[in-house]
Design a protein around this ligand. Structure first.
Ligand code: NAD
Length: 292
């Protein structure tokens, strides 16, 4: 049987670890928050007294933590306690530099490692339908794929160390920009006396079609399941989108890329967040464009 250590049992990590238990794996978990430890224990996860304790007998170690600094500090603290044959997988969304540093830590001791950020949100984490974007060598991917399959439905090997984070950041930059584009079009339509439904019917079947319009439509009505129909309860929070947009801008600066729309969109989400909408769905940015 594969022994898993799972560090970070929050909104995403909690249900992901629970799905590994459901799939018949032995999971030892750790989180700093006692209430999350209790919740995880109810789902069949054995709670360890520390991250180091959790990883001792593990074949695979998974981390699902807020940001790069948390991942590096946990990996630094546990790496020497892991078995030589272990595979370390970080599923958090973090900056590419930290992701590569984490791979280097593992490599120094001869451990296999993957960066494997996800898309699909908490709904995908619960339903085990996440998409994993994976960076790392072929041996690490071949070892990790069967484990990731128990938490997701699509596992894409994007390339070497850091390639998973690169794919995640580029995808979310497209999403952040396209959401604002769709919202601007609806605001313009309102001023021109064009109904929301008419714009939706045309654009969703024309060249304006995209996920931000077809699934996360920022106005009430055309897509009944979109956050606009429930006062912008998320969904995907503005603050998480802002985090990913900032990661895209860090990566752009570090690689010398020009991303003017990415930069502008980052500023707009930042403004939206500081004006009190950080925990609303990011499509609520339409209200800022309306001047509300
Ligand atoms: P979260 O804050 O709910 O969970 C993170 C957990 O890490 C917390 O429970 C925290 O206590 C724990 N933690 C922090 N430092 C720790 C340490 N040293 N040892 C043990 N536990 C520690 O966040 P989340 O929503 O689960 O997101 C996790 C990651 O997944 C983030 O990088 C996020 O950007 C990414 N992500 C989130 C979503 C989403 O919809 N929530 C979607 C895709 C990707």
């Amino acid at each position: 049987m594969t022994n898993i250590a799972f560090i970070g049992l929050g909104n995403m990590g909690g249900p992901m670890a629970a799905n590994l238990v459901k799939a018949g794996l032995q999971v030892k978990g750790f989180d700093l928050v006692p209430a999350l430890q209790e919740e995880a224990a109810k789902n069949g996860i054995t709670i360890a007294s520390s991250a180091v304790e959790a990883v001792k007998d593990a074949d695979v170690v998974i981390t699902m933590l807020p940001a790069g600094k948390h991942v590096l500090s946990v990996w630094e603290s546990i790496i020497e306690a892991t078995r030589p044959s272990v595979l370390l997988i970080d599923c958090s969304t973090i900056d590419i530099t930290s992701a590569r540093q984490a791979h280097a830590l593992a490599q120094k001791l001869g451990r296999l490692s993957l960066d494997a950020p996800v898309s699909g949100g908490t709904v995908g984490a619960q339903a085990a339908t996440l998409t994993f974007m994976v960076g790392g060598n072929k041996e690490a991917f071949a070892t990790g794929e069967p484990v990731l399959q128990k938490m997701g439905k699509r596992i894409v090997h994007c390339g070497d160390a850091g390639a998973g984070q690169a794919a995640k950041i580029c995808n979310n930059m497209i999403l952040g920009i396209s959401m604002i584009g769709v919202a601007e079009a609806f605001v313009l339509a309102e001023k021109l006396g064009l109904s929301h439904q008419a714009l939706f019917d045309v654009a969703s079947t024309s060249s304006g079609s995209c996920w931000a319009l077809n699934v996360n439509c920022p106005v009430e009505g055309p897509v009944p399941t979109s956050p606009a129909n429930r006062a912008f309860a998320p969904g995907f929070m503005t603050d998480l989108m802002l985090k990913d947009m900032r990661l895209s801008q860090e990566a752009a600066a570090a690689s010398g890329s020009t991303t003017p729309l990415g930069a502008e969109a980052t500023q707009l989400y930042s403004l939206h967040s500081t004006s009190g909408h950080g925990s609303a769905d990011f499509s609520s940015i339409i209200n800022m464009l309306r001047g509300k």
